[in-house]
Write a protein that binds this ligand. Structure first.
Ligand SMILES: CCCCCCCC/C=C\CCCCCCCC(=O)SCCNC(=O)CCNC(=O)[C@H](O)C(C)(C)COP(=O)(O)OP(=O)(O)OC[C@H]1O[C@@H](n2cnc3c(N)ncnc32)[C@H](O)[C@@H]1OP(=O)(O)O
Length: 210
């Protein structure tokens, strides 16, 4: 198990770059696996080669995903994050930026790997991207917190394979509760998904942080 309290290995840029390159290759592999039309023998042969490569990576195993050394931002240090993490092949990855006024924003494209209804993005994937963006927006107000509630309104289908925009902003803070809202929009600027969320800073986290 990768427990939250596990001491994390900190990756400097030199160490992180080749691992990000590895993740990018595996991301491409995942898409190729979903879309491939090769025959059964070729699929088995490739599977065996991949199994051998997996064993090579397992030869040296960390207890938990490493963190990236960043320029003081705690936001993007989780290289293994499934939305933003450059080290994680299942992350698109979504490169979330924070503007001076606390708006969290990214342009990103979701491949066929994230298909829900035929030719559209899976609603759970939209939820995950929004959870992350709203969570980062909430963290802009101070400590940040765990998602306590997340409400989605799917207004229209979200297209695959075209540039999407996610935006989020914190709206208010009440004690340990932080409220945030955000959207995903298609290339035409029309909103496809709206989200509101409440994050709660755990008591013990405040004690550790302050
Ligand atoms: C560890 C802190 C992290 C900070 C990180 C900052 C770094 C930022 C960096 C990068 C951005 C990251 C972005 C991440 C995005 C992804 C986030 C996720 O996926 S999180 C995983 C999914 N969520 C869970 O697994 C939560 C599970 N639940 C819990 O852990 C607890 O229930 C928790 C923390 C939510 C509340 O526990 P309590 O013990 O602190 O809560 P009580 O003291 O009872 O409540 C405080 C107030 O909040 C209300 N409340 C609590 N939970 C509620 C809920 N689910 N719905 C409505 N109200 C709730 C209560 O009614 C109470 O309100 P009254 O003070 O009485 O007005």
């Amino acid at each position: 198990m990768s427990g939250a309290m596990t001491e994390r290995h900190m990756l400097g840029e030199d160490e992180a770059a080749p691992l990000a390159g590895l993740a990018a290759r595996v991301r491409a592999l995942t898409e190729a696996a979903v879309l491939t039309g090769v025959g059964a023998d070729e699929a088995r042969a490739v599977a065996d080669e991949i199994a051998a490569l997996t064993e090579r990576l397992r030869a040296v195993r960390r207890d938990a995903p490493p963190f990236l050394v960043t320029d003081g931002h705690r936001m993007d240090r989780q290289g293994g994050n499934p939305v933003t993490g450059v080290l994680n092949p299942i992350a698109p990855p979504v490169d979330l930026d924070v503007t001076a006024d606390g708006i969290v924003r990214a342009e990103f494209t979701l491949s066929d790997v994230y298909e829900g209804p035929p030719s559209y993005v899976h609603g759970g994937m939209s939820a995950m991207v929004l959870d992350q963006a709203l969570g980062m927006a909430a963290a802009q107000t101070g400590v940040g917190g765990m998602t306590a509630t997340l409400e989605l309104r799917y207004r229209r289908p979200t297209p695959l394979g075209v540039p999407l925009t996610v935006e989020a902003k914190a709206s208010r803070v009440e004690g340990r509760k932080i409220y945030a809202s955000g959207t995903i929009a298609g290339p035409d600027g029309r909103v496809t998904v709206e989200a509101t969320a409440m994050f709660v800073t755990p008591q013990h986290f405040l004690v550790h942080e302050r």
